[in-house]
Each structure stands twice: as C-alpha cells, then as structure tokens.
Write a protein that binds this ligand. Sequence first.
Ligand code: S3P
Length: 749
Amino acid sequence: MSQPLFNKVAFIGLGLIGSSLARVIIAENLAKQIVASTRSVKTLEDAKALGIISEGYSNPVDAVKDSDLIVLALPVRATQKILETIQHHILPNAIITDVGSTKGNVVEAAHAVYGAELPIGFVPGHPIAGAEHTGVHAGKVDLFANHKVILTPLPTSAPWAVEKLIRLWQAAKAEVICMDVEKHDEVLAHTSHLPHLMAFNLVEQLANREDNLDIFRYAAGGFRDFSRIAASDPQMWHDIFFANKKAILNAVDGFEQQLAQIRHLIETEDSNALMGLLGHAQAARQHFNHMLAKKPLMEKNNVTQQFTIQPGPKSFQGKFSVPGDKSVSHRSIMFGAIAEGTTHVTGFLEGEDALATLQAFRDMGVNIEGPKNGEVTIHGVGMHGLKAPKGELYMGNSGTSMRLLSGMLSAQKFDSVMTGDASLSKRPMERIAKPLRQMGAQIQTTGERGTPPVSITGNQNLQGIHYDLPMASAQVKSGILLAGLWAQGETSVTEPEPTRDHSERMLRAFGYEVKTEGNRISLQGGGKLVGTNIQVPSDISSAAFFMVGAAITEGSDVTLEAVGINPTRTGVIEILKQMGADLSVENERIAGGEPIADIRIKGSRTLKGIHMPEDQVPLAIDEFPALFIAAACAEGQTILTGAAELRVKESDRIQVMADGLKIMGIDCTPTDDGIIIEGKGKSGEWGAIFNGGEIESHHDHRIAMSFSMAGLRTSGEIKIVGTETVATSFPTFTQLSEQAGLNIQVSEA
Ligand code: S3P
C-alpha cells in the first residue's frame, strides 16, 4: 500500500469544517494519525468517541508536535494568538493551512507573528462550503464534494506544500482553485459578503418602518428569497465585515454607484436605458446560471447529464420546426452590434452558443433586448462604439464565437481575453490568429497548443491582406473578413472549397459591399453597417438528426418546416439522396435573404452505402456524426475521405464516432481524413442495427444527438454520457424527439 499523504495531522479547532475534513482524511486514508486541540474538552471527548481523532489536547502545543499538517479550523480572529503559541513547537517543514473565509487578515496575522519571512509550509485556504448545523457532530465526509476550495499560496509558499494541499482537497472531491490573497478577498467581498450585507440591510430597512408588521405579513417570495441569508449568524458576519473591511468597502462603493445609476434611470424615465440595464442583468444571470447552479452546465470538464434510450419498436412521425440556425444567429448579433441603428432578429436560436455571443456584446456595452420567443432587438453602437469588457469574455462551447470575435476584437481600441469550456479549450485557434497577425493584430493563443484562452491587444491600424485559406473553414474566412471591416484597404481570402457564406450574405444585408468572385471573397475596410431585420431560418444541422432518424426508421414520415437550404449547407440532403433516402424538398422560398424549404423524409427503403462525395464535405461538415449513424444502417460499405477537419470540431468526431459505433457493434475503421463504415442494413429489413451500450459524448452536442438517433434501431439500452452540451445548439431536442416517437430519458448526474 502506498504511503499516506501525511504522517500526523493536527486540527486546531474541530467544528463543522475541521471535523468534516478529518472525516475525509480517515475515509481516504490520507494520514497515519489525526489529533486535535480545542478549548472545549467535551468536543475532544466527542471527537474521540466518534473515532475522528486519536488524541485530543487542550494545549495546541501538544497537538502540533511532530505534525506535518496543521489545520487552523477556528475563527479567523484567533489566528494570531494560535500562531504565537505554536510558533516554536512545529516541525520546520510542517504545512500550515486554515479554512477562514477571509485571507488578507490571516496573512497579516502570520506576519505579525513571523515578521516578513513566513514559513514555507504556510498556505492559507478557504473551502466554500457550509451547512445549517455546526459543531463536531455536524461534520460530514461529503461536505466539500462538488464545492470549490480556494487556496491562496503566498510568494513564500513551497510548491510541494501547495501540491499536497491540492491533493488533500481533491480527495475531498472539491474543485481546487488557486488565486492570490487580494483577489480572493475581492471576489468574496462581491459574491458573498456584499449580498449578505445587502440582505441584512434590507431587512433592517423594512424592520424599522412603523408598518413593518404589515410589510412582513404581505411580503411575497421575492422578499423571502432575497432576505434568506439575513438569518445567518450576526457574530460571524460582524467578524467578516471587519476582517475584509477594505474589499467590502470597495464593493459597497460599487453598489452605491450602481444604485444611483438605476435610481437616475427611473427618475428620468429613461426607458431604453433601463430596459438595457435590466436585460443585461437578466441575461448575465441566465448565462452564468450554470456557474451559480449547484450542477454546473458547461463548466470545465463537468459531465452533468445523460440520456438513456430503451430498445423496442419505434415510429418516427410528424411535422417539426427545429430551432434557429446557429451560424446565422451568431452573426445577427455580431453585425447588429456594430451596425448603426436598430436590428430586429426573429427565429434567433436561444441555445448556449449563440447566447454566449449575445452576452459578449452586452459585456462590450451593447444594449440588446431579448431573446424572447426567438426575438432579439439590438441597438447597434456603430463601427467604433464597442466598449472594453470588464472581464474575460466567456465563449462556452462555441468555436464560432471565438474565431469570429478574434477578428473583430483585434481591431478594437481595447484589449480583451476570451476563454471557453473544456471542449473549446482544446480547439485550434492559431488557424485564425496567424492570418490576423499578418494584418498586424496582436493576438496570442495562451493555451498549451495554440489553444484558448485567446488574448488580444487591440490595434486600430490593421492592414488588409490577401489570405489563401489552407483549410475549408467558414469561421476562419469570416474572422479575417470581419477584421477587414476595420483594416486599411482591401481584405480578401480564397477558399480551397466553398464553405458556408452566411457572413457574406448578411454583411450585404447590412448594406456592406462584399465581392465573391469564384472562390475569392473580398471587401474594403472603413465602411459601415446599417441596422436591418434578420429572419433566422431553422438550422439544417439540427434538422439533420431528424432526417437521419426518419431515413432509418420503417414507415416514418417526418417534415421539417422552414429549414435553411443555403446551397453552402445542403450537403446532408445531397448525401442522403445519394444513399437512396426517400427525401423531398418542398415549398422552396426566400426568407430574410436566405432560401428556406420544408424537407420531408420517409422511411420507405433501406439506405445504401456510398463513397461520400468529397466536394460535399464542407457543405455537410457538421452533419457527419448523424450521417455515420445512417451509414451504419445502410447496406454495404460507406467511405468518407477528405474530412480531416472533423478531427478538430467540438470533439475529434472521427475518433469519437468510431469508438461509439464499435461499442454498439458496428465494424468501422477511422482513417486520417475520414472513416470506413461497414453498414449492417439489409434491403427491406428494419430490425435492430445497434447493440446498445454506453457512449461518451466528449462534450460534443452533435455526438450526443447522433447516437440518440441510433436509439431508433437498437436491441439494447443506449446510455449517452455528457449530454449537457446539447443545449448549445438544440435546446428542444429531447422534446421534439419525444413528439416524433423517440423517448429519451434525461437524467442529471
Ligand atoms: C461555422 C463553421 C463551421 C461549422 C461550425 C459553424 C460557422 O466551422 O463546423 O459549426 O458558423 O462559420 P469551420 O469554420 O471550423 O469549418
């Protein structure tokens, strides 16, 4: 058996937090011995009886002797006295940490005892966890699970000491974050201390009114929600407010300013600005809901949801409107924001990716109303009206947001940083950074391998360039053209194959001249965009799952209404037709500058395997995961080549699909730039094709939705793990699937 992490751990104080951590150390076998010192003899006796400690001492000096980890788990104000007492009795390399909710004053207390040079083992910490009850009996081994623990290593702290503490808290299943002391106190002042102060203050304001009884009697849910935390321990908050005085006063100043602003807007009846402020706050709350919620949605590496589909005969029927096009939705916000005048958008995709773009522009000072039932109104600020965001711009799962914004942000008068979730953090950003640098942009990809975060120093002197795109990427093309809007002279790109042209079309709709000559697209910098109305068509990429579902299910008949059929997006229709699908494009019309149609598809004949045409690859680039499911159900072999780009999507879609297909009993061989799939279909037979099994989505919405469709032809249960990202592009996916006849059970992990 490996050596435990620590030899002897001494707790000074053993309340809820201390005794919970002690329980973790026992459960995970992290120390040979645990002792404690508290003022209460009863606590020590109880702790011994509970088996939490082997020895208890009233004098802390006895506890810390020979201990290699000392945890100060008592009120912060006692820190200095305890450190003075134990100072000359501890091992030279002992790790000393604490669990207090303010950190500046803990470090100050340490300096008061040790002078300038603090012990190398001293690493303050703050587990952000609590419970209704306190005391040694209230401790629980899972108190810290899925909670954050902030460590604030000091310049004097030894890396090995920090490392060991990280391992300790990770063993408690906490998410460990390191930040500096000032940052910690500032963050906590805003996110915890200020809200508590406001809750106490509001209750006090109402309690002081003569009619307070009436007010409390009639107060509804809003008051209850807001004031809940004013029922916390006054002594504790009194101590915290003093302990973190400087940062809290700053936070209060910020609050007063903000309050004055909203007061002014109400007083002057500035309806537009008030709507902007309230809408911004509401959206910020919704956008960051995943961070505030107990079960984070898009947070790094967190898998929070799974789909389960049971075997059994299924039908797949109906008429559906899938949500708005993701690519068009992103661009409607971006272009509306930098246009002059107002832009109205209908059919906007209220998925997390497009909302990340929307939030980014709100963070840059653009007043955006909605989205409400797919309607968004953007009050454009013009080409030079974007403002510096106050913090990092969080792009979630969205590569389109990050690459297109790279171009726009490179040309601004301010600096910016863009970050993303686990999937986006692995995606290549040099493909856009490189051409932008040729234009004079100062852009760094600060991740390990040319990956996010992307850090940009704004430069208002970009030069137009010509760029030969080495890969067929609409995102890179668009990012360069967008930078070109602000650049000197002409910016042009040639693409190796035509890719989606939504940027070109929409720029024209905003009155900006864009030339397309064969594979060469160009524009002149220095023009302006004029606000307009944008009607976002339904997303053919979302419709594709239902098209495949219908194509592989006997007797199915599905119509997808008002789907965008821009010719740069219709590869999936062409490929399914070549595979023999019974598919018709009906009622073609133009809406908002984009062609749309109803797509009807029936499960009337078995698909056949084909060599997928390479010229269709960029036109169906997002639909291949779904098409692989179709290929597995086809008769004969399907070969895909020329699709290496699939390896750098939200996941490596060739490998991840191949892994999943194999688990489900499909014979397939991934290649560098495609895949070979041995279809199991037989003409006229509609029985099960897939065995079922557990699939890992790798934070990729399209992987999750594609394998869901396999549920229409499975003999065993299909479990798809990590389906939370489906909300990035198709928030209504499971509801519409259910309506069509495919029951997907959604469970939160
Ligand atoms: C998109 C372009 C494509 C596509 C993505 C959306 C766009 O990416 O896969 O889902 O909106 O421009 P690439 O440019 O990387 O091919």
